[in-house]
Design a protein around this ligand. Structure first.
Ligand code: ATP
Ligand code: MG
Length: 177
């Protein structure tokens, strides 16, 4: 579901509206052989939204630790409030799996969303601590062109983030938009 808080066209997602995203989203399926999906794109073509669909699919169908990176922690917070919270609140299958943020000890904070079998952690490419705080099976790197070349002197954020998914687990997967 696309929330009214952030979407130009709120309501149910329709792939028919942006048919070119079908192949990108199919490649993000856990049964697709692609392990790294790179999206070279123009502005406002639905890239972030296709990544959000992937995050919802992970929570519902292939639960595992997932890390979503925005250029800065500040942008990760905004992404959480504007894009992730509406997705979780307005999609019935996800509403069942993630407790409302208001509840105490809900496992749902602005930068971390627990669900049965996994957790979604949101962070910024400017936070070396955030980038090396967990092992992730799925990695969603959004707006990589805006990542600074060095996360607080610890190396390139993409390399740091990809090292999170470097353990030899089956079907780890990256998306770079
Ligand atoms: N299939 C769709 N159906 C309805 N609305 C859509 C669809 N795809 C994208 N949108 C809407 O279009 C707008 C742009 O989508 P999105 O933010 O995902 O694009 P983007 O390529 O990530 O943009 P940016 O270049 O700003 O990063 C959003 O409001 C989104 O909700
Ligand atoms: Mg985007």
């Amino acid at each position: 579901m696309l929330g009214s808080r952030a979407s130009a066209e709120p309501g149910p997602w329709r792939t028919s509206r942006t048919p070119y995203l079908k192949e990108v989203m199919d490649a993000l399926s856990a049964v697709h052989p692609a392990r790294r999906v790179v999206f070279m794109k123009g502005a406002q073509v639905g890239a972030t939204e296709s990544g959000n669909n992937w995050l919802g699919y992970i929570m519902h169908h292939v639960p595992a630790p997932a890390l979503a990176v925005q250029p800065t922690v500040e942008l990760a917070k905004r992404f959480s409030r504007q894009r992730i919270d509406p997705l979780l609140e307005e999609t019935p299958a996800l509403r069942e799996r993630v407790a409302p943020a208001r509840a105490r000890d809900s496992g749902n904070t602005m930068l971390s969303k627990e669900f049965p079998g996994g957790i979604l952690v949101l962070t910024g490419a400017n936070s070396a601590v955030g980038l090396r705080s967990m092992t992730a099976r799925f990695l969603f790197l959004d707006e990589v062109d805006a990542y600074s070349g060095d996360a607080a002197g610890e190396g390139h954020p993409i390399a740091l983030a990809e090292a999170r998914a470097a353990t030899p687990v089956l079907q780890r997967q990256h998306a770079v938009a």
